[in-house]
Design a protein around this ligand. Structure first.
Ligand SMILES: NC(=O)C1=CN([C@@H]2O[C@H](COP(=O)(O)OP(=O)(O)OC[C@H]3O[C@@H](n4cnc5c(N)ncnc54)[C@H](O)[C@@H]3O)[C@@H](O)[C@H]2O)[C@@H](O)CC1
Ligand SMILES: [K+]
Length: 498
């Protein structure tokens, strides 16, 4: 499923109207009906419903939704919250159809008392005030109406985008309708994946309104989920041997942080890697080896390691930040001629050798969380969180690297700017060790897949989906450990192949 900016959505509407002749009025009818159908999941015939209708096409959708619900005999009060003169074009046409159908329309005047009393007696409030056309902070009377709605103990449903939420990234502060559920039209907008905007959407679903898929412009962003993994995960060949599934090297771990590299290596094996070697401090080997008995070991040396003969290398997990570790990361960037994944301490140390990153011709994968990405880019973490799509694309293009920007919505970016979003997982993953496990799964996927983007996207979903399955099957989001996710991979692979 594509993920679009407001501009890209307008372009899709334009192409639909111009290239295939589906008129705007017809699209609005489709949109209103599809949204109603979706919202009926949350509405019962006993509910009193208030629908709030704004000036633009989002309001136009509102007229269609109100008419559809009224025709189905639902108890609906439709409120137009802007002056008549502001309603134009397709929205005006649908207002006329609404009125000609004999349905009553209430007008919001300067005093909010009437609307407040209606909201007080309602069970459900549908927000069709503002969609992707929101421009700047909410102006009156919308700001006050949104405040009133958010104050009520009422089920709040939003059409396309909750009023006040910018569709795109880059906006720091806004007031907005706090929806429990949002029905998004055709494609989720960027803000549905931003930490500060996402809560306003509540749970969301997407409805299709008849845009001609074959004619739409290509989109460089898409959502990646379990179905995509099923479609693209390589099958294990019955005639394969351990070499077929790749030999990975994990560089990291230290006397006081032996667990990280151990978990990465074990996660790689659990997700199908054929052979795993670990380069770590000599003193760490006795504590790492019992946890990953299948691994072989090499001693991590200040003067450099032998890096040939591996299909992929990961560095950073539990490596520490001792002065010589920076040299280790630099040496790997210079000498690893296959895929190199840099995580955790490796990312911290990378900051001093970004020129090496730019020089690398083999693929490099960076797996930062927003704090690590902020450190790498010189941005602040709030800046990263406000505009993760644009900043990760800029960095990936500039340095020719793959970026896996981790979070509740993980954004995976290729050097050519292609982006995938994985929103699997749960709060149980917000624990030490999760990143190490993810790195192990990613290395394993990199070694077994043809394309790097599929490998990274599938790895992220496998990690998140495993946490979901574990919480369904008896764990809680509180007790879940990163090591449970490693052991849970067996259930995930079984589920995916059934
Ligand atoms: N053909 C299309 O373009 C379709 C559009 N659809 C709907 O149309 C929406 C987009 O329509 P529009 O482009 O008309 O935009 P909106 O309906 O989001 O709103 C634009 C209007 O809101 C007012 N406004 C903007 N910012 C404001 C603020 N901060 N405070 C108060 N008022 C503000 C403007 O005066 C303008 O009249 C989508 O979200 C979707 O719901 C659907 O009907 C499907 C088809
Ligand atoms: K809305």
């Amino acid at each position: 499923m594509d993920i679009v900016t407001a501009q890209e959505m307008y372009e899709r509407d334009r192409v639909t109207v111009e290239a295939v002749g589906l008129e705007g009025k017809m699209l609005m009818e489709n949109a209103g009906r599809a949204v109603t159908q979706d919202m009926l999941r949350h509405i019962s015939p006993q509910h009193k419903i208030v629908i709030l209708i704004g000036a633009g096409n989002n309001g136009g959708d509102g007229f269609v939704i109100a008419r559809t619900l009224m025709n189905l005999n639902y108890d609906v009060e439709a409120w137009q919250v802007v002056p008549d003169g502001k309603i134009t074009g397709d929205a005006k046409a649908h207002k006329e159809i609404f009125l000609a159908s004999g349905h009553p329309l209430k007008m919001y005047s300067h005093s909010s008392e009437d609307l407040e009393s209606s909201l007080c007696h309602a069970d459900v409030c549908i927000d069709a005030m503002l969609g992707i056309g929101a421009d700047g902070r909410l102006r009156e009377p919308l700001a006050e109406i949104v405040y009133l709605c958010n104050e009520q103990a009422i089920l709040r449903l939003a059409v396309d985008v909750p009023t006040g939420v910018p569709a795109d990234e880059g906006v720091e502060k806004f007031d907005a309708f706090h929806a429990h559920f949002t029905t998004i039209i055709e494609a989720p907008k960027l803000s549905a994946f931003l930490q500060h905007a996402k809560p306003f959407y509540g749970e969301w679903s997407v409805v299709e309104i008849g845009l001609p898929k074959q004619k739409l412009p290509n989109c460089s962003r898409r959502l990646w989920g379990v179905q995509d993994v099923k479609r693209t995960l390589p099958e294990r060949d019955a005639h394969s041997h351990k070499g077929t599934h790749g030999k990975g090297l994990f560089v990291g771990g230290s006397l006081f942080m032996p667990g990280s590299v151990a978990m990465s290596a074990r996660a790689a094996l659990r997700s199908g890697a054929g052979l795993v070697a670990i380069a770590t401090d000599e003193q760490a080997i006795p504590s790492v080896s019992p946890y990953v008995q299948e691994a072989t070991f090499v001693e991590l040396k200040e003067e450099g390691q032998a890096v040939s003969g591996y299909d992929a290398v990961a560095v950073g997990m539990g490596l520490g930040r001792r002065p010589y570790c920076g040299k280790v990361v630099k040496q790997l960037m210079q000498e690893v001629d296959g895929p190199l994944l840099i995580d955790a301490d490796g990312l911290h140390l990378l900051k001093g050798s970004l020129d090496e990153l730019e020089r690398r011709s083999a693929p490099t994968v960076l797996t930062p969380h927003p704090g690590e990405f902020a450190h790498l880019t010189g941005l602040t973490a709030p800046e990263v969180l406000q505009s993760p799509f644009v900043y990760s694309r800029e960095f990936a293009e500039r340095y020719g690297a793959y970026i896996v920007l981790k979070g509740p919505s993980t954004i995976i970016t290729a050097p050519d700017g292609e982006q995938r979003v994985d929103r699997s997982g749960n709060a149980g993953l917000a624990k030490g060790g999760s990143g190490d496990v993810l790195s192990g799964i990613l290395i394993s996927m990199i070694m077994q897949s043809n394309g790097l983007m599929d490998a990274l996207s599938n790895g992220c979903v496998l990690h998140g989906y495993t946490a979901e399955l574990l919480v369904e099957a008896g764990h809680s989001k509180v007790d879940l450990l990163a090591s449970d996710v490693i052991e849970g991979l067996s259930r995930t692979f079984r589920t995916l192949s059934s």
